[in-house]
Design a protein around this ligand. Structure first.
Ligand code: AMP
Length: 427
């Protein structure tokens, strides 16, 4: 085993999988930008305080942060998510509202690594700051839905809920607190600890021991004010108008302490239930203020790239892209002709690769096959002298009825000067 390996929960993403990652972000960017969202690129590292504003009842903040004191004595952390950074950027730059942004990048959480759960993982997401409209919630949810459709995923379930207005939520939390305290003995030790910080988060518990107590807990809908109920009804009407199927899940509270009104989650139905959240988000208030900005409404989501790709594998969609090159140059005259030909091909916009180290014809042809290219351009001494090249299709079936081996392969000799035109027509 080599001396150095990636740290637990961290991975190298190698080709061709890395090309799939890039395409994933590309598809997301396309969905977001067609809806008027611009990309925000923020640093991977911020003052620890930025992330502490997310709330102290979330494991992400209290247990999982990669934080350290830098050489200048600043207490900083690698970002565990991007909503806080986007809000910090909003406060710092004060862009016009509504500020509609999308993002992508790696997040860091010191979690127990397992399939679909890593210590460095990637997300794509959107946030809208400075607008309070249930149809904006609908737009945000619909963009997530549209993105999954663009990837080809079918087995995705949308769960929605409303946490009500801050007052509703406070009354609900008090009722939940009283309820869980009355049922303390039945709760897991972990949930009893969570209860001391935030009763809502107990609803997030996926521990079997807590299931019955949680199932019989008070429901948030009983506490919705008229305004909150109207907002939630409008969100549902908007989703229905777009034919987006959803399930109301009264227990969906999600991690962030700042969520208010709408919360939602996309579940991958092919994944194990402990790791089946492909992504989620909601409407939040107070985060911008707590970072020193004006009172500002926010709504957004983050979707996990890693888990979504696992779901794609399960459904057999959005496969890693096939071969990257179109043409492979084989040169048995020393390699300089291949320097010229690949240079010309690339300048003409064709994807081209070649063999190195002046290997044998056989070895170079093997490399050509492995490259996935659809044609090989072959130059030997005879061709070099005659000012020609041989173009050999690599993907056409061998024709046993042909007069000779060359014909059977569909191989052609082309004047060197006609090569680019010939390939542009042929490919
Ligand atoms: P959150 O920011 O916790 O709401 O997570 C949003 C999405 O990011 C989740 O639904 C997952 O798809 C993904 N995610 C969160 N934590 C991890 C992790 N440790 N490893 C992989 N994906 C993650």
């Amino acid at each position: 085993m080599p001396e150095f390996q990636t740290s637990p929960g961290m991975r190298d993403i190698l080709p061709p999988e890395s090309a799939r990652w890039r395409r994933f972000v590309h598809v997301f960017a396309d969905v977001a930008e067609r809806a008027g969202y611009g990309q925000v690129i923020s640093p991977m590292l911020e003052d620890l305080g930025v992330f502490q504003r997310i709330g102290d009842a979330t494991d992400v903040v209290t247990k999982e942060m990669y934080d350290f004191v830098d050489k200048g004595g600043r207490h900083v952390a690698l970002r565990p998510e991007l909503t806080a950074s986007v809000c910090r950027a909003f406060v710092q730059h004060r862009p016009a509202t509504p500020w509609k942004v999308w993002y992508t990048g790696s997040q860091f959480r010191y979690e127990k690594p397992q399939r679909g759960r890593y210590r460095q993982f990637d997300q794509v997401g959107i946030e809208v700051l400075g607008a309070d409209d249930p149809y904006l919630d609908v737009e945000v949810i619909a963009l997530g839905w549209e993105f999954y459709r663009a990837l080809g995923l079918q087995q995705v379930r949308l769960l929605v809920n409303s946490l009500g207005e801050p007052d509703d939520r406070a009354r609900y939390v008090a009722a939940l607190q009283a309820y869980f305290e009355a049922n303390l003995d039945a709760l897991s030790a972990e949930s009893r600890t969570t209860l001391q910080k935030n009763a809502l988060r107990v609803l997030d518990s996926k521990r079997p021991q807590d299931a019955d107590v949680i199932a019989a807990a008070p429901m948030i809908a009983e506490f919705h004010s008229d305004e909150a109920a109207a907002h939630f009804a409008a969100v549902q009407a908007g989703l229905t108008a777009l034919d987006i199927p959803f399930t109301v899940d009264a227990k969906l509270v999600r991690g962030l302490d700042y969520y208010r009104r709408t919360t939602f989650e996309f579940q991958g139905l092919t994944l194990d239930s402990a790791q089946n959240a492909l992504g989620g988000g909601g409407r939040y208030d107070g985060l911008v203020e707590s970072l020193g900005g004006p009172a500002t409404h926010g709504v957004g989501f983050a979707l996990g790239l890693d888990r979504t790709l696992l779901a794609c594998d399960d459904e057999g969609v959005f496969a890693p892209p096939a071969a990257a090159v179109q043409v492979f140059v084989v040169d048995t005259t020393g390699g300089l002709e291949a320097v010229r030909i690949t240079g010309e091909l690339r300048a003409a916009g064709l994807a081209a690769d070649r063999a190195f180290e002046n290997r044998s014809m056989k070895s170079q042809m093997k490399a050509a096959d492995r490259s996935g290219a659809s044609v090989a351009v072959i130059v030997g001494t005879d061709e070099l002298e005659a000012g020609t090249v041989v173009v050999r299709p690599l993907r056409t079936a061998f024709d046993p009825s042909a007069a000779d081996d060359k014909q059977a392969r569909g191989q052609q000799a082309i004047a060197r000067n006609d090569l680019i035109d010939h390939l542009k027509k042929a490919l």
